[in-house]
Design a protein around this ligand. Structure first.
Ligand code: HEM
Length: 118
């Protein structure tokens, strides 16, 4: 089960890296868009995150539901905003900055809040 958790965590981190990479490659561009890296990254991080929770729940450890709840809510907001704007020719700077902030916030929750499972 731990091997499955680690594989899912790898996929989860690759998803987050693609989302963050898709955002940061545009930092100097005057016009921002939702590019395929952001779309696929947000989707992958979200689905792998859900699967991770499933594996943790199936395990014998205590799952930190408050932490997972916050990550789920932030992840869902990111996913909805990204999917709702994939076909737009450009997105407002504020939306780009908001997506970047939410993504970094979810990393901070993952790292600084006590482990998701004990
Ligand atoms: C774009 C949004 C997300 C980002 C940037 C993100 C980022 C991260 C990072 C960096 C870690 C590794 C932390 C560590 O190993 O200490 C992590 C772990 C984790 N994430 Fe996410 N995450 C996101 C969305 C989600 C969602 C939606 C869920 C599920 C509801 C979720 C559930 C988890 C769980 C359960 C772990 C811990 C896995 C373990 O320790 O076994 N994440 N996340």
């Amino acid at each position: 089960m731990d091997t499955l958790r680690l594989i899912l965590l790898l996929v989860h981190l690759l998803g987050f890296a693609a989302l963050l990479g898709g955002l940061l490659t545009q930092v100097r561009l005057p016009e921002k868009v939702v590019n395929p890296m952001m779309r696929d990254g947000a989707g992958t991080a979200f689905l792998a995150g859900l699967a991770l929770v499933g594996v943790l729940e199936a395990g014998d450890g205590e799952v930190n539901h408050a932490k997972v709840g916050v990550k789920l809510a932030v992840g869902l907001v990111i996913l909805v905003l990204v999917m709702a704007n994939t076909r737009k020719e450009r997105i407002p700077q504020g939306l780009w900055a908001g997506l970047l902030l939410l993504t970094v916030a979810n990393v901070a929750v993952a790292l600084f809040w006590s482990p998701a499972h004990q």
